[in-house]
Design a protein around this ligand. Structure first.
Ligand code: ZN
Length: 700
């Protein structure tokens, strides 16, 4: 199939790029990104790829897709799935391949050249996607197929592809008339500017409104190395940078109550009025999002945004929240009592305030649940955790096996490569693990594909996981904390979703699913980290070879139940705020962010004095600066699916091949080919319920 596509590009060698630069197929004949790799699984050939190959390859790949789309849109033949949608899938192959490698490197191994190219390409990618989604001729062809889908007797992936593409176009405004489309473009561009401004303002606020201390007595409780790292050079000043959440991590060890309060208030008010105020921006964004939703035929932004998700309706999300509130609040009240008692027993005569919470919680944690990382880490050696934990669980569940491949080139010497095989020995795909922190890598952990699985394009998955573990000194073992162990299981859960993809069409394949579904398989895989059989196999002392003692396992388990009311309450508060803003259908003239925020939390019984939301609107970058508007709920929703799935495994015999196969067949291998809700219900035997969350957190 890909050969056909290459021949097709060659016929269109005369093209013009967005800035008049043209690239010909001839010029690309030695470009290792444009030319298909000859390595196993079409793995990118990092022995050949150089930084300077990216710019021409990206530009050329965009040209190729643009031309192909024009050709599809102008095809004189009547539209069919084959001559329209299948051609679109093929047209996307090259840009998908080139950009997969590009973004893998900009995330995990970047440099000045790639950074510069990344910011140059961002607006080009945005314009490219707009040009496709607002191409009316193309949309009319898709619409014709969609409208006739019954007469055409479309089924299976063909039907799903038509539905998904039609919805993508409609969601982006393809059904609007010319005038409305212009209005929408105007709104989108204003929103993009405001969202960018929001993010920039937060950054400025963070850089310019750090909390300054002029007397180290106020920092009592912090370690001397923490204090040293805050010191401003040449001045008798200590500067605490404001983190993006409401709670500031350092308050948990600050003995001076007034300093805790001042730091908290500084963070709380960082962008609420004053020089770095975001209040106006929020007003404008909320208003524009309502206008956008109305233009697209929806009463609220949330309703518009949910149309292609698992939950589908705003009522589902409101119900979900409502069911979570009582248990969470009850747990918070109980935790509050414990902390208040701790204050009293320490000789304090004051009422608990939000800036006291993490401080006293830390004291209680140390007394009751102290998990000494130094004691645990020797049992969690990276390669053991990976091969004898993460891979072992996958073998037990899915029968798949793993073989190291030292012959596959990588972009950094630390990257490990494994080949995966099915139970019957058939090849399944390639897995790259890039685990250590370095300066060229952004923070966090993630999974992505170099090659997306697709039967149409004859591709098996090539997948990578990136983490940020501390690299040990030469000859020393890489030892992980328990949180880091969980991250490894999490990211490999995404990988399994990618490896078991079994789709014809790449745009329906594997992890190409809704936001309120994509974090489900990853979190579900965390279930196996503490499973006794798995744990026994991987948690082995790197020096003595002994298995982790039960007392330590119990400590890990107990600690995971501690302070959950607070932690969950913070996140739930943020999710509810996000959703309430985007459930507005009108905005009063005298709309005030602060008033709205307080009232809307109150209405949902979440106006908790001591547990404020993890983010207020004024610094909620996911929602007002990024792409998580009306979507923050998805974190909690997918966690529910994952925990509920863990329950299903526990109720049905746990870690075995039959259970793994069922989960693989019904969920992991389905990509975006089924209705999420129905697929889940079929697997679980019932709808997901909040009980799984309440139980896991120890709420009742
Ligand atoms: Zn994830």
């Amino acid at each position: 199939m890909s050969l056909i596509a290459i021949a097709f590009w060659n016929c269109n060698s005369k093209t013009s790029g967005s800035e008049g630069t043209t690239y010909t197929a001839e010029q690309m004949k030695d470009n290792p990104l444009v030319q298909e790799s000859t390595l196993p699984y079409f793995a990118p050939d990092f022995t050949k790829i150089k930084d300077e190959d990216f710019q021409p390859a990206l530009e050329y790949a965009l040209q190729v897709e643009t031309e192909a789309i024009e050709k599809i849109a102008n095809n004189p033949e009547a539209p069919t799935v084959e001559n329209t949608l299948v051609e679109m899938e093929k047209a996307h192959e090259l840009i998908d391949r080139v950009s997969n490698v590009f973004y893998a490197l900009t995330g995990a191994n970047t440099n000045e050249t790639l950074k510069k190219l990344e910011s140059e390409m961002a607006p080009k990618f945005a314009a490219h996607s707009d040009n496709i989604l607002l191409n009316d001729k193309l949309f009319q062809r898709i619409k014709t197929i969609y409208d006739n889908r019954e007469e055409l007797k479309l089924e299976g992936e063909d039907l799903k592809l038509v539905e998904v593409k039609y919805q993508d176009f409609v969601k982006a405004g393809a059904n609007l008339n010319k005038e409305e489309k212009e209005s929408l473009k105007g709104i989108n561009s204003q929103l993009a500017t405001l969202e960018n401004e929001f993010g920039q303002t937060l950054l400025e606020a963070a850089n310019n409104s750090a909390f300054i201390v002029r007397d180290t007595a106020k920092l009592k409780g912090l370690t001397s190395s923490e204090i040293n790292s805050l010191k401003v050079e040449g001045k008798a000043e200590w500067k605490i940078p404001i983190q993006n959440t409401t709670q500031q991590p350092l308050t948990q060890s600050m003995d001076d109550r007034k300093t805790r309060e001042n730091l908290f208030m500084k963070a709380w008010n960082r962008t609420d009025g004053g020089e770095f105020s975001t209040l106006d921006i929020i007003n404008k964004i909320v208003k524009l999002r309502i206008e956008k939703a109305n233009l697209l035929g929806y009463p609220t932004y949330a309703a518009w945004n949910l149309q292609d998700t698992m939950v589908k309706t705003t009522e589902t999300v409101d119900d979900f929240f409502a069911q979570l509130v009582p248990g969470t609040v009850k747990a918070i009240n109980e935790e509050e009592k414990v902390l208040q008692e701790k204050i009293k027993s320490d000789g304090g005569d004051f009422e608990l305030e939000p800036w006291d919470w993490t401080y006293y919680a830390e004291q209680v944690r140390k007394e009751k649940y102290d998990l000494d990382e130094g004691q645990i880490k020797p049992y969690f050696e990276l390669k053991n955790v990976l091969e004898k934990g993460v891979f072992y669980a996958a073998t037990k569940l899915y029968g798949i096996t793993f073989k190291p491949r030292t012959d596959i080139p990588t972009y950094h010497p630390d990257v490990l490569v494994y080949e995966l095989f099915e139970e019957d020995g058939k090849p399944l795909g390639l897995f790259y693990g890039d685990f250590f922190k370095r300066e060229s890598k952004r923070g966090g952990a993630w999974m992505s594909n170099f090659v997306t699985q697709s039967h149409l394009l004859n591709k098996k998955p090539v997948i990578f996981n990136v983490c940020n573990y501390t690299k040990p000194a030469e000859g020393e073992p890489a030892l992980l904390s328990y949180d880091e162990v969980e991250t490894l299981f999490h990211e490999f859960g995404h990988s399994l979703h990618g490896f078991f993809a079994n789709q014809k069409y790449p745009s329906l394949s594997g992890t190409s699913v809704a936001r309120d579904f994509v974090e489900y398989p990853s979190q579900a895989n965390e279930h196996w980290a503490l499973h006794p059989e798995v744990l026994k196999n991987y948690a082995i002392h790197h020096q003595t070879g002994e298995s982790i003692p039960q007392t330590l396992i119990d400590k890990i388990k107990n600690a995971s139940k501690f302070n959950q009311g607070f932690a969950y309450g913070e996140t739930l508060g943020a999710a509810v705020l996000d959703f309430n803003y985007h459930s507005l259908s009108v905005m009063d003239k005298d709309f005030k962010v602060n008033v709205f925020e307080k009232e809307s939390l109150k209405e949902d019984n979440l106006d908790l004095k001591n547990v404020p939301p993890r983010y207020r609107a004024t610094y909620f970058n996911h929602v007002f600066g990024g792409g998580y508007a009306a979507s923050y709920y998805a974190y909690l929703w997918t966690e529910m699916l994952a925990l509920d799935t863990g329950k299903w495994f526990d109720e049905n015999g746990g870690l075995n091949r039959a259970n793994g196969q069922r989960y693989r067949d019904m969920i992991l291998s389905q990509g975006n080919t089924l209705e999420y809700k129905e697929a889940y219900k079929a697997f679980r035997g019932k709808d997901p319920g909040v009980e799984a969350i309440l139980e896991n957190k120890g709420f009742d």
